[in-house]
Design a protein around this ligand. Structure first.
Ligand SMILES: C[S@@+](CC[C@H](N)C(=O)[O-])C[C@H]1O[C@@H](n2cnc3c(N)ncnc32)[C@H](O)[C@@H]1O
Length: 350
């Protein structure tokens, strides 16, 4: 049932997601339209998650505070619950679509098997380790747990991918760009030639009287080499060997690897609220501006906020009344930016 008169492609739905996902397919005709799904379902902890005042608590035994949600299904029942939702998410994904499933290390390996079954092991892209907190003094025997996992699958091989980069650390800079120029800018040098001999053409011509070494060719034409030299972008060794300077401050950073450090908010407004930058990374990497982004365990709406900020169309589903309230508050508090003017969405309770 629609709750407000506003017309918007963004949808916020309070419902059991099994019903809501069927509704998106059957009533809204969204099969094959969703480019990105991120879900952060309950982790089969047997816990009860409440909110006391403005702070979110994750106290499994607590009877106090307002209930956000109960994570009561465990073992086989939990896996059957999740499988039923994954089987509806797959047809919703577009041919260029991706799905990220955020899960912990206790149930995550069983969920990986489910994901292989539903999305195909050939579509498995990454098991991302997410560092979620600082090391603590655990009392139980065993190693401290500071990570959870995000399973990343795609519908097929031709998926949306905007290569993400992360800034170099000081150690990376020292290792990868060990030299400094007169202005103190960090750089390294690389050869000006590449494998493969050509007898004719620009890349085989002499540069400053030198031909490329045997079996190699210049990496660009002579005019460009001359320009680089005039601009001070070529370093000449004491033996007269030219190399191209590569400046650290002109690189986009290093390619993201599969260990991510994104700690969750210290004072969450909703239990198990996820890190906003983590969701921003996923949204900007695996969706386009015109994409639909779906989170059917949306909680406080972290994914929806990230999608809104990046100008994507979003759909959030959660069965908890408190989650829907908090998500609305977070969305409405967003400042106006280039992409997000007034946040509009249709609110449904099914
Ligand atoms: C781990 S929390 C998600 C937190 C969220 N990622 C955030 O950043 O705030 C899991 C959410 O799934 C919701 N949920 C659990 N079972 C559901 C169901 N069958 N249908 C819809 N939502 C459900 C819970 O109400 C809870 O808000």
């Amino acid at each position: 049932m629609r709750e407000q008169a506003i017309e918007s492609p963004n949808l916020l739905i309070q419902a059991d997601n099994l019903t809501a996902l069927r509704w998106l397919i059957e009533e809204k005709g969204l099969a094959g339209q969703i480019d990105l799904v991120y879900i952060d379902p309950p982790f089969a902890t047997g816990g009860r998650f409440t909110v006391d005042g403005t702070r979110a608590a994750t106290i499994s035994s607590s009877r106090s505070g307002r209930l956000a949600y109960e994570d009561s299904l465990i073992g086989e029942d939990y896996l059957a619950f999740l499988r039923a939702r994954l089987l509806l998410l797959r047809p919703l994904l577009s041919e260029r679509g991706s799905i990220y499933v955020h899960i912990d290390d206790k149930i995550g390996h069983y969920v990986k098997v489910l994901m292989d079954e539903v999305f195909g092991i050939e579509n498995f892209r990454n098991d991302i380790t997410r560092i979620k907190c600082n090391p603590k003094n655990f009392r139980r025997k065993g190693y401290g747990n500071i990570k959870d996992m995000i399973l990343f699958y795609t519908k097929g091989d031709d998926f949306i991918w905007h290569e993400p980069y992360e800034p170099y650390s000081e150690a990376d800079l020292a290792r990868l760009f060990p030299k400094r120029d007169a202005q103190g800018r960090r750089y390294t040098t690389v050869p000006l030639h590449a494998p493969g001999e050509t007898k004719r053409g620009q890349t085989a011509q002499p540069f400053k009287g030198q031909r490329p070494p045997k079996g190699r060719h210049w990496c660009t034409d002579i005019a460009t080499l001359e320009r680089w030299d005039r601009e001070g972008l070529i370093e000449w060794s004491s033996r007269g060997v030219p190399r191209k300077k590569i400046y650290a401050d002109e690189r986009r950073g290093k390619r993201m690897q599969d260990i991510w450090e994104f700690k969750d908010p210290q004072y969450p407004v909703y239990p198990t609220e996820k890190n906003a930058d983590l969701l921003d990374l996923i949204v900007r990497t695996s969706s386009d501006e015109e994409s639909y982004v779906l989170d059917c365990f949306c909680g406080s709406g972290t994914t929806l906020v990230a999608a809104q900020k990046r100008g994507r169309t979003w759909i959030g589903i959660d069965s908890s009344a408190l989650a829907i309230e908090v998500a609305q508050r977070k969305l409405k508090a967003l400042p106006r930016t280039l992409f997000s003017s007034e946040v509009t969405f249709e609110l449904y309770r099914i």
